[in-house]
Design a protein around this ligand. Structure first.
Ligand SMILES: [Zn+2]
Length: 98
């Protein structure tokens, strides 16, 4: 598995699917990788679940420019977790989104 340091994306490809960068390195267990975009309410409960399980996670606010402009709450988060936890967290996402 490769890893793009620009985008924090783990991928099988030689090129990053997001920025197109070619010089990817091998992903490390402790790299924070983008898992998914989650909506704000779900993100808040997910954060609670992950913290309860001692899984380190980063929720980056992600929203439309309009919302930030009017100081409205942002609509969603980009969720990053360490690569070693990524499969587990994807499974949680599946379970909750099903
Ligand atoms: Zn990239």
């Amino acid at each position: 598995m490769n890893f793009c340091e620009n985008c924090n994306i783990a991928c099988d490809n030689e090129r990053c699917p997001k920025c197109g960068r070619k010089k990817l390195r091998t992903v490390q267990e402790d790299d924070f990788c983008l898992v998914a975009k989650v909506d704000r309410l779900f993100g808040d409960s997910l954060k609670y679940i992950l913290e309860n399980e001692n899984i380190e996670c980063v929720f980056m606010p992600y929203g439309t420019g309009v919302n930030s402009k009017f100081a409205l709450p942002l609509e969603s988060y980009l969720l990053y977790v360490r690569y070693k936890n990524i499969d587990y967290v994807r499974q949680i996402l599946k379970d909750y989104n099903a």
